[in-house]
Ligand binder design. Sequence first.
Ligand code: AMP
Ligand code: MG
Length: 340
Amino acid sequence: MELTTRMLSPGEISEAVRLLADGRVVAFPTETVYGLGANALDPEAVKAIFRAKGRPQDNPLIIHLGEIAQVEEYVKDIPPQARLLMDEFWPGPLTLVLKKTEQIPQVVTAGLDTVAVRVPDHPIALDLLRQTGFPVAAPSANVSGRPSPTRAEHVLFDLNGRIPAILDGGETGWGLESTVLDCTVTPFRLLRPGGVTLEDLRSLVPVQYGTDADSGDEEAPRSPGMKYQHYAPEADVYIVTGERTATKILELSETYTKRGEGVGVMTWNERADLYPTLTVLGMGPQGDYEALAHSLYHLLRQADVLGLKVLFIEGVSEDNLGLAIMNRLRRAADHRVIKT
Ligand code: AMP
Ligand code: MG
């Protein structure tokens, strides 16, 4: 059934609380990306998230809490090293996978006996969660397979008519989904890189991560969501790396430009001049990974707005935040990486 999707201002947070308490879904801002929330304790409400997004049923959801202390109600057997990480990084962009309690319905976890949980670091999200009092299950508020939304307009574009309301908190902070860490294995295992980096985690506890840095796909079986193609614009996307990157991109562009098809290139601002004949999507000042993470999904969505047929992306180094950025870019490119 087609709904009218209301845009709520931060002053109308109580309306979002009311909708959630009524078993409805509401999109809300966090410090990572916009989430599509529902009462995690209400299986029917949670099913509505999967319907609105077109999300596969076997892809479990993250539950969001307003207070760290609430975690005791929903997870059990918390290892001391996981406590250490909660103390250090919560509220923040770190999701921990732990054994769930009976309280959490199967539909949230896609039948797994573990649940992913975090406390977001965003004033509107925290206010919302503290007012509801229940855990809010929330995946990113996009149609499954599309880039995650970092602005309320992105949510509206994807989900207009499919959800009752969007709480508009402006642009999100990090711009990438949270780091996901499985704390049910020893050592803990990084399932998805994010704003809390592998280096940050390893400064406190041992962490394992797939050795094949090129795919990250070894993680797939343990994190059901990672097997799906993600973050993809309509354009064909290629990542290009190495010393001859610009020459290669210009060479590959020719076939498309001859046919009159739009060719885009994502590059650091300082390198834009290398591509006078192409549509440049600026990644920000060279080496500013935080700025790039912040605008990444907007840039991928811009590729569609501009009707590009193909998008070439200059690869970046995989240190710190670069690991999460390249993880998302590889998926957007369906793992097409051209090394020069
Ligand atoms: P999203 O909410 O769309 O950002 O996706 C959440 C990510 O966390 C997906 O990749 C899920 O597969 C992963 N995830 C959620 N719950 C679990 C769990 N219990 N075990 C492993 N991975 C999980
Ligand atoms: Mg998502």
